[in-house]
Write a protein that binds this ligand. Structure first.
Ligand code: SDX
Length: 429
């Protein structure tokens, strides 16, 4: 990458800092020697202006609404690819050949069972346990049943990557069956990734589940669109946790925990709650939008706004069309979709949102598709996590195989008490 320079003038001295340039023109001031050279650190709570790595996995241009996985536009992957193929692309850097894809699919299928003793864990969770809490716990527990070898060669790495992508889906389906008191349905070697998930979720010994091609395609689309998104909160968490050389299962569990938050992956559930609330109020959502605009309001237009996209999230466009198409199916209509479309229209004509570049994001329409498919509301973020596992693994893999990566250890500006002497408890007031 070509480099220019930035000048910092401080305390009467001029410092030259290299500027590094990405292949798409984004530029960064390289501050790796800043503290040694100047004694200064930088301050950037939320890291909105801070690059934490060089990456070739995903490219996002928030101003132009561009998202590409390994150079492939999200629109073409959404139209032509499958989730397993997209996962391979993110992990290996190129689209697989036919043989590579069938080997990867077979690996995923062969890794789809979890140890039988892990099934006992589900009994230990309380009935009301949130599936994201179960998922993060069970994924971290995988490390006890599938301990990593001391020497992590390529074969071992490929195996636990397949384990995680496949077992996350099985754990999700098992947690749902446990929640509804039905027997767990095992993965089948005759079904593809998505079909297996839907079958494990919705079939039962007394009721065959008929796979519907439109539903399979809708889940495929959801998982493709959620597969990666450069240094989002949960991917940065995976890099942070992974930088201490922590066990990959616990690293992915950390990513799941970060994703759970309402500002991040938890927003898809919050959107449905918001739409249900507006429907119950009988209004058209205008008063809700007004409340969401109020300074200090704890109500936000969920599914709107994004740290990076200052334009329409390309994934939201794809999901809105897919949602509209799915809801045309007989018996699948949902009045919440009309409320969502109306809310979007209100916001897109309101200066408050336009001035702040607040547009629909990935979560605004995804929940409506999941709801139409019959995915229970509290599993929406679980589907997000299933989709995001390949992206987290691709980011982790890029970091651990990168040149001399360091443990992540940010600095701070201290604003606490000055030095004080210890006071024995008898003398404290
Ligand atoms: C995801 O990073 C990623 O890539 C994430 C993700 C991925 O694929 O991994 O894309 C997935 O997490 C999508 C985002 C899902 N979250 C939501 O939909 C929750 C609602 N959105 C907001 O909470 C918010 O927009 C964030 C968290 C997404 C972004 O927050 P920022 O960039 O920190 O922006 P901010 O909170 O500083 O807000 C800037 C202004 C503020 O107003 P002012 O102080 O300027 O008056 O915009 C306002 C905010 O009050 N604002 C909103 C709003 N989002 C921001 N006002 C009303 N409704 C909203 N949704």
């Amino acid at each position: 990458m070509s480099s220019q320079e930035a000048k910092l003038i401080f305390d009467g001295r001029t410092y030259r800092l290299p500027v590094i340039k990405g292949v798409r023109g984004e530029r960064a001031i390289d501050i790796r020697t800043l503290r040694d050279d100047t004694g200064l650190i930088t301050m950037d709570p939320g890291l909105a202006n801070t690059g934490i790595c060089r990456s070739s996995v995903t490219f996002v241009d928030g101003e132009k609404g561009i998202l590409q996985y390994r150079g492939y536009p999200i629109e073409t992957l959404a139209e032509h690819s499958t989730f397993v193929e997209t996962a391979y692309l993110l992990l290996h850097g190129d689209l697989p050949t036919r043989d590579e894809l069938s080997l990867f699919s077979r690996q995923l299928n062969e890794s789809s069972l979890i140890h039988e003793d892990m099934r006992l864990f589900f009994r230990a969770f309380p009935n009301h346990a949130h599936p994201m809490g179960i998922l993060s716990t069970m994924v971290a527990s995988l490390s006890t049943f599938y301990p990593l070898p001391d020497v992590l060669d390529d074969v071992a790495e490929e195996q636990f990557i397949a384990n995680l992508i496949s077992q996350v889906r099985t754990i999700a389906a098992f947690s749902y069956k446990r929640a509804i008191g039905e027997p767990m349905v095992y993965p089948s070697c005759n079904l593809r990734y998505i079909e297996n998930f839907l079958n494990m979720m919705f079939s039962s010994p007394v009721k065959d589940y008929k796979l519907d091609a439109d539903i399979v395609r809708a889940v495929e689309l959801i998982l493709i669109l959620h597969a990666d998104h450069e240094q989002n909160c949960s991917a940065a968490t995976v890099r942070m946790a992974g930088s201490s050389l922590s066990n990959i299962y616990s690293v992915i569990s950390a990513g799941i925990s970060a994703l759970w938050g309402a500002r991040h992956g938890g927003a898809n559930m919050e959107v449905i709650t918001m739409l249900e609330h507006i429907r119950a109020s009988g209004g058209d959502g205008r008063d809700f939008v007004e409340r969401a605009k109020k300074k200090g309001s704890n109500e936000r237009l969920m599914g709107f706004g994004h740290r990076v996209y200052k334009s329409y999230d390309p994934r939201a466009k794809i999901l809105k069309d897919a949602c509209h198409k799915l809801l045309q199916k007989p018996g699948v209509s949902d009045p919440l979709f009309d409320i969502a479309v109306r809310l979007e229209d209100i916001a897109m004509h309101d200066d408050y949102f336009l001035e702040r570049n607040l547009y629909p994001n990935l979560d605004f329409y995804s929940g409506l598709i999941l709801k139409a498919i019959g995915i229970p509301y509290d599993m929406f973020t679980v589907l997000f996590a299933i989709g995001r596992v390949p992206g987290w693994l691709a980011q982790w893999r890029e970091m651990v195989h990168g040149d001399n990566f360091k443990i992540a250890r940010p600095r701070q500006i201290y604003c606490g008490a000055d030095i004080r002497s210890y006071i024995p408890i008898a003398e404290r007031k």
